[in-house]
Design a protein around this ligand. Sequence first.
Ligand code: ZN
Length: 381
Amino acid sequence: MPTSTSNIFCRVNRRRPCRICGKPDWCVFVRDETLSVCMRVSDGARKINRHGGAIFFHDGWREDKPAGVRVVADLPQSPIAPVEIRDFVYGKLIEISPATLYPGALIANEKGLLARGLSERHFGDYGGLPAGSSERDRIARLLLREASDQFSGSDLLRGVPGFWEDRRGAHLWKPKDYLLPRLLIPVRDGSGRIRACQMRMPFAAKKGLRYLWLSSSDLPHGTGSGSPLHFKFRFADLPRDAWIVIVEGVLKADVLSALRPELYIVATPCVTANHDALVELTRGRFVWIGFDQDHYSNETVCFHLASLVARRLRREMTLATTRIASWDASVKGIDDAAVRNLPITSISIQHWLDRLSPRFRQIAMMRLSEIAEVPLRTKNK
Ligand SMILES: [Zn+2]
């Protein structure tokens, strides 16, 4: 929890278990009992926080409290547009405003596309969201015309996350001017269509957030993006016996795929998001999980990785088809390993458990027994 709000949050314990999942650990609640943040159950939650905790409000919740939790006012929202329209609008947006318009800010800089390991032939796949709101408004008007020519209808940007409208017309992103443009990264489905876009911030924002969804969920007639999976292969072309590599981070998946085009890669936007969709997608399939290696040092990441492994186990009834991708331990991300041309291999779940510190192994075992209800043996060390 952020330190500024930690004084009002309490950890659950045996005497006061979580009101959502009933467990005595990991989850937190607000001292006055108006809100719970559950780490295990997200169905019915108002919002998911950046630690993967699901926020639930209880009776007695008032919109003006507690501090530290942002509440979205009731605004008219549009249902999400069909994927064909989203794909068309986002594709045109990238065409009209490509990242290549801003080579200094988005391509050649320290954390730009070039430094990440991409080359010239990939730059056109990305957009550049202009810093000025009037320029973004101009693009929104242009896109509205393009979409009206392509599809029938007049308000075709409605329901496309990132776009919203008021009496003055259609807008793209927030009504603010920024200092720098932002990289737009398309998030594609298993047929190659753009479902949503992520934005890369020019600097890490205060909570370390580097990526945001292009969303308009808190703007009039806007729409939230959800957090869809990003495919680097056509699902129809996936061989039955192929290993699917799960990566955390959309751009990371793009980089890995550019360097190792033989891999079947799918990205989850972050380690906590969309485990349901991952488990469904990989049903009856072989999986390598290639999350950043901080699951050896960050308890929350270990918790979520173990949750995904456990859900795979519950669905597949075996751990043999799930492996943890492995590379030089001094390199955090699988994409960095590929950029440095390091070998990428995999280890079994048992081997992964054996590598964890005793505390982390306990966390992983707790998730496996909670979710998969299978008692596992670990080697005594
Ligand atoms: Zn809970």
